[in-house]
Ligand binder design. Structure first.
Ligand SMILES: Nc1ncnc2c1ncn2[C@@H]1O[C@H](COP(=O)(O)OP(=O)(O)O)[C@@H](O)[C@H]1O
Ligand code: SF4
Ligand SMILES: [Mg+2]
Length: 334
């Protein structure tokens, strides 16, 4: 059964929080799409708004947060959806895999019982016996022997717990799985196994996977396309090969270069730090750190333009003749 369009479709998504310093816009006009069976990586430094995108998709924004824009999951508009429908959507159509599985698993409940409670809460027609069978089948598909289902969460290793959480996320066969830094707390070998499992969700079950990470290596490993976030905005999107081999946006270039330097153990990172989102810089938000900054960048926000198989939001990719002449600052000597 195929549905027209993407499983995840965001257009002009904005998310904000009320803070003592005023409104902080954590996601500012973001466009994203993920198709069935596709894995999209969402990368960017800490604080760029990645988890806020995830929380919006799941309808899990905290009290006091606001959102607007178009955000469709399996065709249903999530922004403005009543809480009861959101609860139904979660697990059924979309689910979230967190960084720390213990924050989601109930330490006082056997693994099997957590599956059964979750399943029967969503599927009233499913018997507890059938729910147990679904649990065993899902665990087995993730390499966990069903005989271990009666054990407690603390009896499993970190990697096994993350598999259990993936199991809880997929047992109801959602169309979209959002994995927010799913491997950050794990050692390298286990990380690779979890990434392989996420890839197989897309390949074997046609699930749309949104992998949120600050690890470009993980994206190179399993993603088809990648979106790069900087200071609440998506600055570049494209096929993984293109973006990693020939990044179009100077921020992406810095990110990719810092990974290459990590491999050679030379110290390299993008100089400076990301802006305070309560007071973002005018023009291109990356301009205070950009090695290619031009006058126009300091005052006019760059448009998002097509580059190769994707897009980038940078004046370098706009023909010079089409760039606006920046308005001088008041007091500036011409
Ligand atoms: N509940 C909240 N209240 C106020 N500000 C928040 C809240 N959650 C996140 N933020 C702010 O929103 C911005 C984006 O955060 P987040 O989405 O967690 O980014 P990332 O996942 O990329 O690290 C940050 O500046 C962060 O401090
Ligand atoms: S718009 Fe200007 S400041 Fe921003 S990334 Fe491009 S060149 Fe750098
Ligand atoms: Mg985060």
């Amino acid at each position: 059964m195929t549905e027209p369009g993407h499983v995840l479709e965001a257009r002009g998504l904005r998310v904000w929080y009320a803070t003592p310093k005023g409104r902080l816009v954590a996601v500012d006009g973001v466009d994203l799409s993920v198709a069935a069976g596709e894995c999209l990586g969402l990368v960017g430094e800490s604080g760029s708004g990645k988890s806020s995108v995830a929380r919006a998709i799941l309808g899990l924004l905290p009290e006091g947060a606001g959102e607007e824009g178009e955000l469709r999951v399996a065709g249903a508009q999530v922004v403005g959806m009543p809480a009861s429908e959101l609860r139904e959507l979660r697990g059924e159509k979309v689910s979230l895999i967190f960084q720390e599985p213990m924050s989601r698993l109930d330490p006082l409940m056997r693994v099997e019982d957590q599956f059964v409670e979750m399943i029967v809460a969503h599927r009233h027609e499913v018997s507890r016996g059938e729910a147990r069978r679904m649990c065993h089948e899902t665990l087995a598909s993730l390499g966990i022997p069903p005989r271990r289902a009666r054990q407690w969460p603390h009896e499993f290793s970190g990697g096994m717990r993350q598999r259990i959480m993936i199991g809880l996320a997929i047992v109801l066969r959602p169309r979209l799985v959002v994995a927010d830094e799913p491997t950050t707390a794990l050692d390298t070998l286990v990380q690779a196994q979890i990434l392989e499992i996420l890839r197989s969700l897309a390949d074997d079950q046609g699930i749309a996977v949104l992998l949120i990470t600050h690890n470009i290596g993980a994206v190179a490993e399993i993603c088809d396309r990648v979106a790069v976030m900087y200071a609440a905005k998506v600055v570049e999107v494209g096929g993984v090969e293109q973006v990693l081999a020939t990044p179009a946006h100077p921020y992406t270039q810095g990110l990719v270069a810092s990974v290459i330097h990590l491999d050679t153990e030379a110290l390299s990172s993008i100089p400076g730090s990301p802006p305070d989102l309560a007071e973002p810089p005018p023009g291109c938000r990356f301009h205070p750190r950009c090695p290619h900054v031009m006058d126009v960048c300091r005052s006019v926000e760059p448009p998002t333009v097509a580059v190769g198989d994707g897009t980038a939001a940078c004046w370098l990719h706009v023909p010079e003749a089409s760039r606006p002449t920046p308005v001088p600052f008041v007091g500036e000597v011409p």
